[in-house]
Design a protein around this ligand. Structure first.
Ligand SMILES: *Cc1c(COP(=O)(O)O)cnc(C)c1O
Length: 401
């Protein structure tokens, strides 16, 4: 039985598409998605080989650029983002690299929001500058600053919303309008929300980038990345992958395919847990400030309520007592995992100023609002009462500082 992805599935809801789209059944008896661990594929004849090599006929050739399991993940993700097509890559960073190598040329200019993922800053600021691409970093939340910084050479606008870890929110539709006026491409890193909570393409973005390593896998198992968008923008990236090779493995694609089946349920649960924990943290005497866009007093709350379905799983808070208290808090927790990853079923905790944002200068950290009192929690799927009990251990230790 093969699925006809062109008919009933197009009309189906997002949760059905998450479970049913993206890979053809090979036989009536098969119910799971197969992993095609084959580096290359056989042809029926010499003319079949020629047709598939040239692209005249669609088919599998070599797993650097065509693999049925990877294709299944790409189609399922595209269905969820409601984009024309997707291309999977080895990691989130290789997705952004492939985007830049395909759509930028020496002499081009990039506008990038200041508080993007650290490796993204480094990619734009170090690697791409070596190839003659100029970048200006601008405030995520001030659309006016983007239009002031734009030049006739601006080809790409890149942003991440909500930001890590303070949950600053960009107005995607407003920046999409600016991007169209400039004749540029707007790319949105949708890692924190995933298509379950936010669909940047529907808000006018041209390309969505993913670190599939985070919520798309959802259980901290493998690395992966993806780009989603119109065929005319994605096809050149597929060609880049074919010649340059930052490809997703079939096994990782299979993990991601299964991850997408539970994405909607997990994102609801992450968001619900984070909402309860954020409100509770606000009441704690040692907490000076909680940064979570689900809280009514967060500066991005109203915008997040408009462009997101829920508020996601990542929050940050400032603890009285500076770095010493923050470190005591973290070291006293026993349930939360001390690691910089996020998007896992397991709750993770980290001190951004000395880890994820440790490479920034003190002044850059101050500008970004990452002070020494700040703790980030990427809220997992445990019982929220147990997370509160773990925080109580942290408060008891921080209190003695
Ligand atoms: C982790 C992350 C990336 C990089 O993804 P990798 O899969 O680790 O390469 C990019 N953007 C955001 C927002 C991330 O959190």
């Amino acid at each position: 039985m093969t699925q006809d992805n062109g008919t009933w599935l197009d009309q189906a809801g997002p949760r059905t598409r998450a479970v049913r789209s993206g890979i053809k059944r090979l036989s009536a008896l098969e119910h799971g998605e197969p992993i095609f661990t084959s580096s290359s594929f056989l042809f029926e004849s010499a003319s079949d080989a020629a047709a598939k090599f040239s692209g005249d006929e669609v088919g599998n050739v070599y797993s650097r650029y065509t693999n049925p399991t990877v294709r299944g993940f790409e189609q399922r993700l595209a269905a969820l983002e409601e984009g024309e097509c997707a291309v999977a890559t080895a990691s989130g960073m290789s997705a952004i690299l492939a985007l830049c190598m395909t759509h930028l040329r020496a002499g081009d200019h990039v506008l990038c929001s200041r508080d993007v993922f650290g490796a993204t800053v480094s990619l734009f600021d170090n690697t791409l500058r070596n190839f003659g691409v100029d970048v200006t970093f601008v405030s995520l939340t001030q659309a006016h600053a983007w239009s002031v910084a734009a030049t006739s050479k601006t080809r790409l606008l890149f942003l991440e919303t909500p930001s890590n870890p303070l949950n600053a929110i960009a107005d995607i539709a407003e920046l999409a309008t600016l991007s169209r006026e400039l004749g540029a491409i707007l790319a949105v890193d949708n890692c924190f929300c995933t298509p379950a909570l936010q669909q940047p393409l529907a808000l006018g973005a041209d390309i969505v980038t993913h670190s599939a390593t985070k919520y798309l896998d959802g259980q901290g198992r493998v690395l992966g990345g993806a780009l989603v968008g119109r065929e005319e923008l994605i096809a050149p990236v597929v060609a880049f992958n074919r010649s340059c090779g930052p490809t997703m493995s079939a096994f990782n694609a299979w993990v991601m395919l299964k991850g997408l089946e539970t994405l909607d349920l997990r994102m609801r649960a992450h968001s619900d847990n984070a909402q309860v924990l954020a409100a509770w943290l606000q009441e704690q005497p040692l907490v000076q400030r909680v940064h979570y866009c689900g809280l009514a007093d967060h500066t991005g709350h109203e915008l997040a309520s408009r462009q997101q379905r829920r508020y996601g799983g990542v929050l940050a808070f400032e603890l009285a007592g500076g770095r010493e208290a923050a470190w005591q808090f973290i070291d006293a927790t026993v349930l939360m995992s001390l690691t910089a990853n996020l998007g896992d079923a397991k709750t993770t905790i980290v001190h951004p100023a000395t880890t994820t944002h440790g490479r920034l200068s003190e002044q850059q950290r101050e500008e970004a609002g990452i002070n020494e009192s700040l703790i980030r929690i990427a809220v997992g799927l445990e019982d929220v009462e147990d997370l509160q009990a773990d925080c109580e251990r942290g408060f008891a230790a921080a209190h003695s500082v």
